[in-house]
Design a protein around this ligand. Structure first.
Ligand code: NAD
Length: 277
C-alpha cells in the first residue's frame, strides 16, 4: 500500500515557497512525487528554485496581496502541471518588528498585518475558492505561529497570526461540505532567514533557544513534514485545527529556564519521599 504521506498525483501551490519553511515543503512534495506551483515575492530566490524539477515545478514572482498574481498561479498550475492542484500552503510573510507600541509606526503595523493576515485571506479567497469549486476536495494549510497563542511583547505579527488561526477555523467550517480541509501549523522558532532579516543587526538567538524546552532551533524540514501530513489523505479527519510544532514552547511556557522542576526543590522532595536508609 502507498505510504499515506506520498504526494504523487497531486499538485500544491505554495506561497512564500522560495525560502525557509515554504521551500522545505516544495522540496518534500517534489521528493514524494507531487507537483508544485510557487508564488513568491523575491525574484532571486525564485530563480534558485528553477533547477529543482522543471517538469513538476512552476514558479511565479508575485505577491500574495495581489489577487491577479494568484489567479495567474492557479491558471498556470492547472494548465501546465501534470497533476490536478488539490493543495494550498500559505507560507508568505515578513518578519515581526522588534519594537513596542510607542515606536511601532502605523505603516509598519499595517505592512505586517497585511502580509500575514490579509495575504492568507487573499490567497484563500482566490486559490482556496478555486479548489472548493473544482469539486475534487483539497487541503489548505496556513502558517500561524506559537506567537498566536503566546505573543510575549510582539504586536502586529502575533495579532495577525491569531487572526490566521481564526480565519483557518472559519474557512474549515465554510468548506467542510465541499471536501476542502483547512488547517494551520503553529511553529516555534525555526532556523530560516526569517530569524535573521538581512536589513537588521545580527541577533543573539540564545534567548529563544533557552525558551524552547527542546533546547534548539527547529529545522524547516520538521515543520514541512507536519504540513505534508495535513496535505495528505492521512489527515482526512483533520480540519479546523491549528497544530503546534514548537519544540515544547507552549507546553513549557515559564518552565524552560528550569528545564523541569527547580533542582533544589526536587532534591528536597526526593529526600522526603525516599528517606535515606
Ligand atoms: N521561522 C520561524 O521561526 C517561524 C515561526 C513561526 C511561524 N513562521 C511562519 O512561517 C512562514 C514562513 O516563514 P519562514 O521562516 O520560512 O520565512 P522566510 O523568510 O524564510 O520565507 C518567507 C518567504 O515569503 C516570501 N514573501 C514575503 N512576503 C511575500 C508576499 N507578500 N508575497 C509572496 N511572497 C512573500 C519571502 O520572499 C520569502 O521567500 C511565515 O508565515 C512565518 O510567519 C516562521
Amino acid at each position: 500500500m502507498m505510504p499515506p504521506t506520498r504526494q504523487d498525483g497531486h499538485g500544491v501551490i505554495v506561497t512564500g515557497g522560495a525560502s525557509g519553511i515554504g521551500r522545505a515543503v516544495v522540496e518534500l512534495v517534489l521528493q514524494r512525487g507531487g507537483c508544485v506551483g510557487v508564488v513568491d515575492l523575491d525574484p532571486s530566490k525564485v530563480d534558485d528554485l528553477r533547477h529543482l524539477h522543471p517538469g513538476r515545478l512552476i514558479t511565479l514572482t508575485g505577491s500574495v496581496l495581489d489577487p491577479d498574481a494568484l489567479r495567474r498561479a492557479w491558471t498556470g498550475c492547472t494548465a501546465e502541471l501534470p497533476a490536478p492542484v488539490t493543495g494550498l500552503v500559505n507560507c508568505a510573510g515578513i518578519p515581526p518588528a522588534p519594537v513596542g507600541i510607542e515606536q511601532l509606526e502605523i505603516a509598519d503595523w499595517t505592512r505586517i498585518v497585511d502580509s500575514h493576515l490579509h495575504g492568507t485571506f487573499v490567497s484563500c479567497k482566490t486559490i482556496g475558492a478555486e479548489l472548493a469549486s473544482a469539486g475534487r476536495g483539497g487541503s489548505i494549510v496556513n502558517l500561524a505561529s506559537v506567537l498566536a497563542f503566546r505573543p510575549g511583547p510582539v504586536l502586529a505579527y502575533a495579532a495577525a497570526k491569531s487572526g490566521v488561526v481564526s480565519l483557518t477555523s472559519a474557512l474549515a467550517v465554510h468548506w467542510a461540505s465541499q471536501g476542502v480541509r483547512v488547517n494551520a501549523v503553529a511553529p516555534g522558532w525555526t532556523d530560516t532567514p526569517f530569524l535573521r532579516p538581512k536589513d537588521r543587526a545580527p541577533r543573539d538567538l540564545g534567548p529563544i533557544v533557552s525558551a524552547t524546552p527542546m533546547g534548539r532551533l527547529l529545522q524547516p524540514r520538521e515543520i514541512a513534514e507536519v504540513i505534508c501530513f495535513l496535505l495528505s489523505p492521512a489527515a482526512s479527519a483533520v480540519t479546523g485545527s491549528t497544530i503546534p510544532c514548537d519544540g515544547g514552547v507552549m507546553a513549557g511556557s515559564g518552565w524552560a529556564p528550569y528545564g523541569g522542576f527547580p533542582a533544589a526543590q526536587a532534591d528536597a522532595c526526593a529526600e522526603r519521599l525516599m528517606p535515606a536508609t
